[in-house]
Structure formats: structure tokens, C-alpha cells
Design a protein around this ligand. Structure first.
Ligand SMILES: [Zn+2]
Length: 178
């Protein structure tokens, strides 16, 4: 559902049965909210109010960022198609992972995902983050070919393939937006 908020513009709320908290992501023209199943609207609005000041600041920072042109995006797509398939293959080989397919998409909502059939999707906007964080995202999706969740077993495997730096790399990646 959607409603208009005087600070953010359009607030779009989607329900994700797998969400365990209310996730709020400011965008240039609105606020995207992911809620867990059963969260009612007044609870969602209360949660937004609790973080309102921070969210306003985040949205303001986004508005200041120069927007990418079509040409910029085309260049990122070219680079992504040239570099990412090779890197995924290398990391999979190094750590013994198997995946069935790799797709590069203009995803602005997530850096990557891994399907139940171990097909990996990566956002072409990964080209905007440093290489060690690209590797983090690729390894994250490759680890999902073994554990399709974010269980302790998943994070233990992540730590194994990142020299114990999984959570630190995740924190570093949070400074970027796709
Ligand atoms: Zn994941």
C-alpha cells in the first residue's frame, strides 16, 4: 500500500513474510518500507516516526548525490558484464561452490540474490563499490547456494571464505546504496 508523507513523499509499504523487523529505505522521491506479516499500519507509522529524523537526513543525502545518466548506467552495465561473470567463476572455483546461472540486472533494491535453484543475480550497480565489497556480495550469494538463509551456519561459512571478516564487510557495504 502507499500513502503520502509530508517529509518523505510517497511511502510504499510491502509485506515480506521473511522480514523480522520493519525495514525502511529512503529514496530520492519517497520511502520504501518492508514490513513483516501482521504488522499493522499504526505500528509501521510509529516505527517510521521513531527514526524520522535519521531517515530525513538519509533522504537529503541521497538527493544531493548526482543522479546517473542513461550513458553512465550503460557504461556500468558494460563493465559489469565484462568483469562480474569472471569474478564469480573465480571465487566459485577457489572455494568450491557451484551455481547454475548468473544474471546481471539493474536492481536498485538489492546487490544480489540467489534463487532456490542456485541461480545468482547481481546488480550492475555493484560496479560502483570497491572490489573487496564486490567480492563480499559475490561470496554472500555463493554461500547461499549451500545455505538458503541467513542462519548461523550461513554466517559461519561466510566467515570461512572471508577470513572472519563477514560482518565487518557487511557493515562497510551498508555505507553504499545500489
Ligand atoms: Zn543473503
Amino acid at each position: 500500500m502507499q500513502y503520502t508523507d509530508p517529509d518523505f513523499g510517497t511511502v510504499t509499504i510491502t509485506v515480506n513474510p521473511r522480514a523480522r523487523s520493519i525495514i525502511m529505505r529512503p529514496e530520492v522521491d519517497g520511502l520504501r518500507v518492508t514490513a513483516f506479516r501482521g504488522a499493522n499500519l499504526s505500528f509501521v507509522k510509529q516505527t517510521i516516526d521513531k527514526f524520522r529524523t535519521k531517515l530525513i537526513a538519509k533522504q537529503a543525502a541521497l538527493k544531493e548525490r548526482p543522479q546517473l545518466t542513461e550513458d553512465d548506467i550503460e557504461k556500468l552495465r558494460k563493465d559489469a558484464k565484462l568483469l562480474l561473470p569472471r569474478r564469480v567463476a573465480e571465487l566459485a572455483y577457489m572455494h568450491g561452490f557451484n551455481y547454475t546461472a548468473l544474471r546481471i540486472q539493474p536492481s536498485k533494491t538489492r546487490w544480489g540474490s540467489c534463487s532456490g535453484r542456485n541461480s545468482i543475480n547481481l546488480s550492475l550497480y555493484l560496479m560502483k563499490v570497491p572490489e573487496h565489497l564486490q567480492d563480499y556480495v559475490i561470496l554472500h550469494e555463493l554461500c547461499h547456494t549451500i545455505h538458503h538463509d541467513h542462519s548461523p551456519k550461513f554466517w559461519a561459512l561466510m566467515d570461512k571464505v572471508t577470513d572472519g571478516k563477514a560482518k565487518a564487510l557487511r557493515a562497510e557495504l551498508r555505507r553504499y546504496n545500489p
